[in-house]
Design a protein around this ligand. Structure first.
Ligand SMILES: Cc1ncc(COP(=O)(O)O)c(C=O)c1O
Length: 433
């Protein structure tokens, strides 16, 4: 039995000072039960908790650590940057370097603005889209997550073409009513929204691969149809690539699927594990951002030199040949091993994967949108998670989050994870169903 005494004590103490003992809800393990691990350090594919337990990590800080923990090139550059200071609130060359790397990797971004989180990126991109189009409404997808700004914490109203309603106490109804919500992968629902509200819609914001209801790939033609519908109505198409950017391909989902948005939101990988976000896109739109244009947006720590440094070094490694094919190969092996193990245990699972992100859904049916994702058996998932944890595998503590494979995961890691999943599935299959 694994000793987790120290984590337990630290969690008890944390709860006295931090709501729920954490600074972001999913960390509290509420979705899977039990208590969170307190992490002392990470190295490569591994994290080590305060009790000295070692885990192969498939959370990877929720996506940023595509190179694994404490990558030597990133750490060395950070140490050098630290010698120069931590923040200046004045321009540095590093910002231009990272901006240039991003714009080269993703040609739809002609200019970029750095912020400190993905939430800020999407919030600011929507303000910009509204200013540029002089329209107020935005379309998002059920189960899509774009950070926690008020207007995006909305869910569908009672009918398909009714206004959004708050999905969280504290969100004013008037904010949510400017958000229209369609099912993911449902082109017809979006077309209906454009029929009813077309002249008022500033933008469609979409995760080009949904990853916050678990991984749900876009159906063929979905992103193309969004491109077409927005273009025809004079609305902007915003790809929220906070997760997919530099994850599913160096050029993000827009390169992977060959669909070009007007604006793109980034975060996670571009900061190499330090706080970051960014939004960018067509020059004529970005020129509306202050101080060049009238759309105000600012940030004390925006473009922070440590975050820029970690981002630059991460992208340098990612731009080397063979990185994405290696990530894809490892992830495909994992997907195949888990699929085979589930079949052998006689369990119905669906394991959608795009590149190095995947989800094990405990469901019989296809997962195409939030409604079908929610049919998954979260009770079975929780038991799967706990079984994996007991075997030293840190799998995402929620059915509706993506697992991430990093460059640091070795073939042995993948093989041992597949074997652990096999044991977990067998035990689930023989337990209560
Ligand atoms: C697609 C997407 N957009 C935006 C965000 C918000 O980013 P942050 O947590 O950095 O505010 C997230 C966070 O997970 C995300 O997955």
């Amino acid at each position: 039995m694994m000793n987790r005494q120290r984590s337990r004590e630290l969690f008890a103490e944390a709860q006295r000072y931090l709501p729920g003992g954490v600074n972001s809800p999913v960390r509290a393990f509420k979705a899977v039960g039990g208590e969170p691990l307190f992490i002392r350090r990470g190295q490569g594919s591994r994290i080590y908790d305060e009790d000295g337990n070692e885990f192969v990590d498939y959370v990877c800080s929720w996506g940023p650590l595509i190179l694994g923990h404490s990558h030597p090139q990133v750490m060395a550059a950070l140490k050098r940057a630290l010698e120069h200071g931590t923040s200046f609130g004045a321009p540095t060359q590093l910002e231009t370097t990272l901006a240039q790397m991003i714009c080269t990797a993703m040609p739809s971004l002609e200019m970029v603005r750095f912020v400190s989180s993905g939430t800020e990126a999407t919030m600011s991109a929507l303000r910009l889209a509204r200013a540029f189009t002089a329209r107020d409404k935005v379309v998002k997808f059920a189960g899509g997550y774009h950070g926690h700004s008020d207007g995006l914490l909305a869910r569908a109203g009672s009918g398909m073409t009714t206004l959004g309603i708050p999905d969280c106490p504290g969100v004013p109804t008037s904010y949510a009513s400017n958000t229209l919500v369609a099912p993911y992968n449902d082109v017809e629902a979006v077309a209906r929204l454009f029929q009813d509200f077309g002249a008022e819609i500033a933008a469609v914001i979409v995760e080009p691969v949904a990853a916050n209801m678990g991984v749900v790939p876009p159906r063929p033609g979905f992103l193309e149809s969004l491109r077409d519908l927005t273009q025809r109505s004079g609305a902007l198409l915003i790809f929220d690539e906070v997760i997919t950017g530099f994850r599913v391909a160096y050029g993000g989902a827009q390169a992977h699927y060959g669909v070009t948005p007007d604006l793109t939101c980034l975060g996670k990988v571009i900061g190499g594990g330090l706080p970051i976000g960014a939004y960018g896109g067509r020059r004529d739109i970005m020129e509306q951002v202050a101080p060049l244009g009238p759309v105000y947006q600012a940030g004390t720590l925006s473009g922070n030199p440590l975050a820029m440094t970690a981002g630059i070094e991460t992208l340098k490694v990612l731009s080397q040949p063979g990185v994405y094919s290696a990530l894809d190969a490892k992830s495909s092996l994992l997907q195949e091993a888990m699929t085979a193990a589930a079949a052998q245990a006689g369990l119905s699972v669906s394991i959608p994967r795009v590149g190095s992100m995947l989800t094990v859904f405990f469901t019989r049916g296809l997962v195409l949108d939030y409604e079908s994702a929610r049919r998954a058996d979260t009770e079975l998932y929780s038991r799967f998670f706990q079984q994996m944890l007991m075997q030293g595998i840190y799998w995402p503590p929620s059915q509706f989050e993506a697992a991430f494979v990093s460059m640091a995961h070795s073939d042995e890691d993948i093989a041992s994870t597949g074997a652990a999943a096999g044991k977990a599935f067998a035990s689930l299959a023989s337990g209560p169903r």
